[in-house]
Ligand binder design. Structure first.
Ligand code: LMR
Length: 328
């Protein structure tokens, strides 16, 4: 009897010890290639976080939809099956946080500076706050860039989109954008886009060049138009219960690592997109076209009304607050 309780005490102590030594694991799932702004920044965060916590935290990155596709990853985060994600801002609608779709409004950001005025100011903070009741904490906004359009026919004027099946992310603003061009929008998970383009399930798509190139979409799209009609960026988010339950010193170290990874991400995003566009050109399968001044004006005329049409969904006040910040 006595021996039994000694053994029991020993095994409790042993397992406690093992528990105390086991690192805190952060599973970070995302849908793009490692060689993208988001993919590289995730790697940088891992290095910084593991170093700053002396290995008490281990970050496991699962890129390229290896673990979960778009919609599944948000569910997995809420359930605690993964701890960290960086979905594009166009994917928060299904969570019930429609305001994030403001970032999808055509021509809402005339420049990156205008964008940062929003993400780094009060509007950005307010948007992140909206995630808390969903069991999610927002840590940072990460950048990608302005989108290009692609198809197997030249896309110069809005009328060129008539009847085209265009893949979009799950954002009602993007749905309205494609309809304003006369196209038929279709929501597809990012991991399914290449095949859908290849088999003709959809005719075209939009994305920053870094996403297009790393998924080889240019191999199945003959024409790319540099239109800069809209923006694609990310929110880095964590499961709130997990985050709040971390020891305070760990959370502080991770916050610092995230700040540094964010600075890195912003510094590489534009360059990555410029290089990707060059690489698409070099691959020689795709004609790259830049809109003329007149065509740009025609696109704006077709797409700007989407800002007004979406007031009911996004909120008139939010749209005008963003426009005001962007104009500073
Ligand atoms: C897309 O689905 O097109 C993008 O959101 C992918 C990404 O995460 O950049």
């Amino acid at each position: 009897m006595k021996l039994k309780s000694v053994l029991l005490a020993m095994s409790v102590a042993l397992s406690f010890n093992a528990y105390a030594q086991a690192p805190i694991v952060i599973k970070f799932s995302h849908v793009v290639a490692t060689d993208t702004p988001k993919g590289q920044a995730a790697e940088r965060f891992k290095q910084l976080a593991e170093k700053a916590t002396n290995g008490r935290v281990k970050v496991e990155i699962y890129p390229n939809s290896q673990l979960y596709k778009d919609k599944e990853e948000l569910e997995a985060l809420q359930l605690g099956a993964v701890q960290m994600l960086a979905p594009s801002l166009a994917k928060f609608g299904p969570l019930g946080v429609k305001e994030f779709e403001a970032f999808d409004l055509p021509y809402i950001f005339p420049s990156k500076t205008a964008l940062y005025n929003v993400t780094e100011g009060e509007i950005g903070k307010g948007l992140m706050k909206k995630l808390e009741p969903k069991g999610i904490t927002g840590l940072a906004f990460w950048d990608n860039g302005f989108k290009v359009m692609s198809a197997n026919k030249p896309l110069h004027e809005p009328s060129d989109f008539k009847g085209l099946k265009m893949r979009i992310q799950s954002s009602k603003v993007l749905d309205a954008q494609m309809r304003a061009l006369g196209a038929n929008p279709q929501v597809l998970a990012f991991s399914e886009v290449y095949q859908a383009l290849q088999t003709g399930v959809v005719d075209g798509t939009e994305n920053p060049p870094s996403n297009m190139y790393t998924q080889k979409m240019h191999e199945v799209q003959k024409y790319v138009t540099v239109s800069n009609h809209g923006y694609l960026g990310y929110a880095v988010i964590v499961n709130k219960k997990f985050w709040d339950g971390l020891p305070a010193d760990i959370r502080t170290a991770l916050d610092k690592a995230m700040k540094e990874a964010t600075t890195f991400e912003k510094a590489i995003a534009q360059r990555d997109n410029d290089l990707a566009l060059e690489a698409i050109k070099k691959a020689g399968k795709t004609t790259i076209y830049t809109l003329s001044v007149k065509e740009q004006a025609d696109w704006r005329k077709a797409l700007l009304p989407v800002q007004k049409d979406m007031e009911g969904r996004i909120g008139k006040d939010l749209i005008s607050a963003i426009n005001k910040e962007a104009a500073k």
